[in-house]
Design a protein around this ligand. Sequence first.
Ligand code: GAP
Length: 457
Amino acid sequence: MEKKLTMEKLVNLCKNRGFVFQGSEIYGGFANTWDFGPVGVELKNNIKRAWWKKFVQEDPSCYGVDAAILMNPRVWEASGHVQSFGDPKMDCKNCKTRHRADTIIENYSKGTISAEGMSNEEMEKYIEEHDIKCPNCGKRAWTPIRKFNPMFTTSRNMVGDEKDVVYLRPETCQGEYINFLNVQRTMRAKVPFAIAQIGKSFRNEITPGNFLFRTVEFEQMELQMFCHEKDSMSFYNAYKERALKFVESLGLKAENLRYHDHDKLAHYAKAACDIQYNFPIGWQELNGVHHRGTWDLSRHSEFSGKNMDYLDPFTNERFTPNVIEYSIGADRLMLAIMCEAYEEEVLENGETRVVMHFLPAIAPYKVAILPLQKNLGDMAKEVYNKLSKSFMCDYDEAGSIGKRYRRQDEIGTPFCVTVDFDTLEDDTVTIRDRDTMKQIRLKIDELSDYIQKAIEF
Ligand code: GAP
């Protein structure tokens, strides 16, 4: 019978199988930072590549960029982050822990109340009326709610000893807005068109945690579609749909996904929706799709002094494009994919195997080469050298073949190729399927095409 996955089990598997290690582990760690190991970095890169393929490579109206993390601080004034970006935080005076007021309310109401858009006063009133206590110590001794700006700052030497504050970007999308004119001019792009990028973002979160779910350093995959207002709602709906299809195509089951339309919106926004995933910690945001109106380009026009309007060459109409944003965290998506892929399968002989059923296209290693015995190593290495030109391959000759299969199941390798004594005679090997555990015999020359077909995306 399938056992329920807990975050603890997943963290242990990740640690023991080279997916993810605690950040700065030998120094006792550094809270809420994680290092991706040899297996995890492959998985995350494959997820990012799959996103790029679907949203940039296969879409002639989308252009990629890779903007600097450190930007002119005026960018963050224009975006509103310096003045108003921030989570509503309150401290427990009794146990001195810090909490997000909106999360406290949402957890208390088991998700039936959305604190999105509630003012600080409304949240304080709700907490008082419902006598909501500190989840850490059980007392109700809250400080007033205050905005906490989660932007990390650093400084840059200017003249002599003078230093200027510089921000580590809390989202990647500003790099897309400020390059709107550059991309439009150099690519001769016509509105509607999109700009996408993948990169690191940093947030000094009040309540990070739950492994990769909320960290202080993470990667975002963001896309901004610039369009005329009259087309904006249809692009908004199209990206909602594409976003859902994409995560389903990576193996997330429809029953574990749902839309969550926002009731309360930022003053400039026309619509906003998350896709939520049913994580072991409950239904939580996986990605967002936001209709941001003309806010971003208007603000950057105002603060930079550069006019960011678009002149339509067909209609001669001059207008500020609307923005539809689609944003998803690569680490959070990787977490969802690992949760979905995990299975403890009870076999016919009563033993249990842990298997990660990754879609082959994003599996960290595509194939493992296993000599049945060590003295078949030379032949097995030849097979490895051949296949590793096209695929990420693992090579393992240590331990019994059964144990080696189990290890590959745990890191989700879709195929295991075993080199045995017949291989020396007829150039054939067995290839074992991770999910069915069935084996077939193939010529070494046929392996490449066989694997290629299975990993197409
Ligand atoms: N530019 C819009 C934006 O950044 P967001 O809802 O704050 O919107 C978008 O973030 C996505 O980035 C989220 O849906 C989530 O997948 C990911 N994300 C946000 N904060 C994160 C964090 N602290 N740790 C991991 N992923 C995070």
